[in-house]
Design a protein around this ligand. Structure first.
Ligand SMILES: *[C@@H]1O[C@H](CO)[C@@H](O)[C@H](O)[C@H]1NC(C)=O
Ligand SMILES: *[C@@H]1O[C@H](CO)[C@@H](O)[C@H](O)[C@H]1NC(C)=O
Ligand SMILES: CC(=O)N[C@H]1CO[C@H](CO)[C@@H](O)[C@@H]1O
Length: 511
């Protein structure tokens, strides 16, 4: 991709400065999201997992997963301080020709010239071979988990920030707003000049805080709510992290992502639900909801027009871009008060079925247009298994960069994720008594796995209102409290890592 040619690639993990361990405030208002089990006429999309649909009734799966030969992948309660040796990418046997190791780095004339600055670390790769690197021979390595079996030889590159690069003056600007009585209720920000656009659309549906009195409060139950109720809590600090991610793309890559913001508190509008549940029949909320999704579509059209499309081997055409939906979740599992430290990555693949390694290994055994990477899964060099939980998955890119910097917080697992190369089965984690209180009687049902909601369902297609048209790869990230309440420095570091993970994921996918 010529606009991104200044980016240099390095093998895998880039070393960052060691981050001093940060403490976080243990008690704030709980933020939470509720997984939706979307019922849709489109069978290509699966219902959220963790909360399983059974007809119109939602049930929580409580049975034990089938016994498996693989090692449990859940982190232990008493982790050591050593990063795990889970990066088997040092001895690639397959070198995809489409993933050059180093790209030429001419500075395009259209881009601001770089200036020496507070340089981002442009370090040499520090990744060293692990003595316990899995091999492709299962008998030699013992029982292999599904991602290790299929993705161990993945070649992963990490696109480091532009060495010494900077683009002063490049900022995100407001491109469109939905205003009511002088209040900006919904906003689209992005590049004032589309030439500077990143191939990324970020959505922040649950981070808003405005509670105008001219709008009624959403009810937690009633005719517009599913049986288990409507959620009205905001995902605290998820908007801040979304804004920060946009900023890191600019400062690290001189590219401006589009960002769609619902400024309304979730008690006024839930922009990640279909309109009845989202707006509960309030006309202002309905207008705001429509504009949120319209702005998302406007951003997708802009990105699609700039970066174009690719047609995969299954004949599916999609934009060379990604939609990233930012959320936050609470949980009383694992760590008291703060809940799980894991990022839950959602691709609209059910935990009990598609992501169950005992049923589908690899995920690609499930054919068809399932999930929100339905386009990416059949791009050259890609498999669903490795995109979602291989070494090159978003989760594992983030985890490895966090490990390389010595951890994000004093919980070494903070920011690790599932599904990922190390935590392949969200279902197993959510049903692991060592991880989740639900199995020992937590009535709050905190051990959901959030597999992806309305936003990444409808915006996985260009025509979001009738789920037609070209595809647009999408992912949902449910961020744990250890990141959202970890303080400004933790959020900043995480957004920085996230920008590199997302950028490198897209470069490996599309370039
Ligand atoms: C789902 O519903 C069917 C009847 O429609 C029932 O037989 C089955 O046991 C239910 N499954 C669960 C897990 O409750
Ligand atoms: C929704 O609002 C309209 C008026 O704006 C009203 O006629 C209708 O009954 C409402 N529907 C429900 C289910 O409350
Ligand atoms: C009502 C409204 O804002 N409609 C806009 C939605 O997005 C399209 C572009 O996809 C615009 O052309 C419409 O004006």
């Amino acid at each position: 991709m010529t606009m991104l040619s200044p980016l240099r690639r390095w093998w895998f993990v880039v070393a960052f400065q060691l981050l001093l361990a940060c403490t976080w405030h243990p008690r704030y208002g709980r933020a939470s999201t509720t997984a939706t089990a979307q019922t849709t006429s489109r069978d290509s999309i699966e219902a959220d997992a963790g909360v399983m649909t059974n007809g119109s009734k939602r049930i929580l799966q409580k049975t034990t997963p089938r016994p498996s030969t693989r090692r449990p992948t859940s982190p232990t309660r008493n982790p050591t301080n050593k990063p795990t040796t889970r990066n088997p990418t040092s001895t690639p046997t397959r070198m995809p020709t489409s993933f050059p190791t180093v790209k030429p780095s001419p500075v395009p004339s259209s881009m601001p010239t770089s200036q020496p600055t507070t340089a981002k670390p442009t370090t040499t790769p520090t990744f060293t071979p692990s003595s316990s690197s899995p091999t492709t021979n299962p008998t030699a390595a013992g029982p292999l988990s599904c991602p290790r079996l299929h993705c161990a030889n993945d070649v992963v590159t990490t696109t480091v920030p532009i060495p010494g690069g900077s683009c002063p003056g490049l900022v995100a600007t407001t491109l469109a707003t939905f205003v009511y009585q002088g209040d900006v209720l919904v906003e689209l920000t992005g590049p004032s000049d589309p030439a500077h656009a990143a191939d990324l659309v970020i959505t922040a549906p649950h981070g808003g805080s405005k509670t105008p009195t001219y709008m009624p409060n959403r009810q937690t139950s009633g005719p517009f709510c599913p049986a288990d109720g409507c959620a009205i809590d905001k995902d605290t600090n998820s908007l801040e992290i979304a804004v920060s991610l946009q900023g890191k793309f600019i400062s690290n890559y001189c590219r401006v992502p589009y960002l769609v913001i619902n400024h309304l508190h979730r008690i006024k509008l839930d922009a990640n639900r279909e309109v009845l549940e989202a707006a509960q029949n309030d006309t202002i909320a309905v207008d705001a909801w429509f504009n949120f999704h319209n702005f998302t579509n406007v951003a997708q059209l802009a990105v699609r027009s700039k970066f174009g499309t690719m047609t995969n081997s299954a004949g599916i055409t999609g934009a060379r871009a990604l939609l990233f939906d930012v959320h936050g979740y609470a949980g009383l599992d694992w760590v008291p008060v703060d809940g799980s430290p894991l990022v839950q990555w959602g691709y609209r693949l059910s935990a009990a079925e598609t992501l169950n390694p005992d049923l589908y290994c690899p995920i690609d055994l499930r054919t068809g247009t399932i999930g929100s990477l339905t386009h990416a899964r059949d791009l050259p060099g890609s498999t669903y298994e490795c995109l979602v939980r291989g070494p090159g998955s978003l989760a594992s890119r983030v985890s490895n960069m966090i490990d390389a910097m010595g951890g994000l917080t004093n919980d070494e697992h903070c920011g690790h994720g599932t599904p990922s190369y190390e935590n392949e089965s969200p279902w197993a984690l959510a049903h692991d008594p060592g991880h989740c209180n639900q199995v020992v009687g937590n009535p709050a049902n905190e051990c959901h796995y959030y597999s992806g909601g309305y936003d990444i369902e409808v915006h996985e297609r260009m025509n979001w209102q009738d789920l037609s048209g070209e595809h647009f790869n999408a992912v949902q990230a449910e961020l744990p409290r250890c990141i959202r309440f970890g303080g400004a420095d933790v959020r900043d570091k995480f957004a920085d890592i996230l920008s590199t993970a997302v950028m490198s994921f897209m470069r490996d996918l599309y370039d």
